[in-house]
Design a protein around this ligand. Structure first.
Ligand code: SAM
Ligand code: SF4
Length: 325
């Protein structure tokens, strides 16, 4: 079992499989992209599977594939084949553009949960935010997920003066669709000014939604969820608000992260990770790996503010694409 020194069990891995992406979302990457990792520096599928078997034995029961755009990693469905017998919940966060061509195969391979990133319902705004004219692709992915009745969430990064006027439009989307919309606080990203002006707090988002829907029902059954869930009475779907930057829900954190190059991180705000790739390439065995990971997780800080202070990280991210969001 993976326990940290604050009596929390780690059961959830966010696994970034690539730092490459077919979009250039302004809050995530500069227009020219980042210094992408050469393929030889990415964990191979064999290395990922050894790591994941070890983590499953240590009690991890949920994995989320992320990136970069996870579907831009060649052969990803083969990795899903290998991971699905290990974990009851196998999820992916994707911008959806490549999803239609892979969906049948992903479902057959055992992917159970789909988070689709979609920050606007307006095509011209999609282009402004992502620098690519791909709204139709992401929307098509949503329609396919819904038609197949797959477990679907929509991730919306909420930005002041960019898409915050669409909060209620996204809530309206949950009226006739059994989806869960997740409104995410924008985290400052270092493309010059850090985008601090885009920040809109989780509290402010909820206040604005409540002003139109004062009778919201609250569902708090999942204590590990990074968002409380709300439902407008009579609506099929629900929504949640993720205080990614305010970090008010860190106290019940159950997650670990692995970057595309194989750095294990206890927190999104960590700078001090455990470098797994050299260990895996040196032929480390599962029991030794399990021991090192157990010690590493025990040292997890109590919350993201403490991590940021003690590990002297910045609150401004280089790019979410190399951490996985
Ligand atoms: N490419 C995939 C996608 O966009 O769904 C997966 C990787 S992306 C880094 C994972 C999540 O992080 C997405 O939902 C994205 O919107 C979110 N994200 C990226 N940069 C962010 C930022 N600066 N603040 C808040 N969320 C961010
Ligand atoms: Fe790509 Fe996702 Fe980052 Fe957008 S948020 S640039 S889709 S990795």
């Amino acid at each position: 079992m993976l326990l940290d020194n604050h009596h929390r069990q780690t059961t959830y891995l966010r696994l970034a499989v690539t730092d490459r992406c077919n979009l250039r979302c302004r809050y995530c990457m500069p227009a020219e992209g980042i210094d992408f990792s050469p393929r030889s520096e990415l964990l191979t599928f064999e290395e990922i599977l050894l790591l994941c078997r070890t983590l499953a034995d240590l009690g991890v029961n949920k994995v989320r594939l992320t990136g970069g755009e996870p579907l831009s990693r060649r052969g990803l469905t083969d990795l899903v084949d290998g991971l699905s017998p290990l974990f009851p919940t196998l999820a992916m966060t994707t911008n959806g553009i490549l999803l239609p061509q892979h969906l049948d195969r992903l479902v057959a391979a055992g992917l159970t949960n789909y988070n689709l990133s979609l920050d606007t319902l307006r095509p011209e705004r999609f282009f402004e935010i992502t620098r690519r004219d791909e709204f139709d692709g992401t929307w098509r992915a949503l329609e396919l997920l819904q038609a197949a009745q797959l477990n679907t969430k929509i991730n919306v990064v909420v930005m002041a003066s960019r898409n915050d006027d669409e909060l209620l439009d996204f809530v309206a989307l949950t009226k006739d669709r059994a989806i869960d919309v997740r409104f995410i606080e924008a985290m400052p990203f270092n493309d010059g000014d850090g985008n601090h002006h885009l920040f809109l707090s989780a509290t402010e988002m909820l206040t604005r939604i409540r002003s139109q829907h004062p009778d919201l029902a609250v569902n708090t059954d999942d204590r590990h969820s990074s968002a409380q869930r709300y439902r407008v009475p009579g609506y099929l779907g629900s929504f949640g608000i993720i205080p990614a930057y305010s970090r008010t829900l860190c106290g019940s954190c159950n997650r670990l992260r692995v970057t595309p190059k194989g750095t294990l991180l206890n927190c999104l705000y960590s700078t001090k990770g455990l470098e797994l790739r050299p260990l895996l390439r040196a032929g480390i065995g599962e029991s030794e790996l399990a021991e090192l990971i157990t010690i590493f997780v025990a040292g997890k800080h109590v919350n993201g503010h403490v991590t940021q202070k003690l590990e002297q990280s910045s609150s401004t991210f280089a790019s979410m694409t190399s951490i996985g969001g």
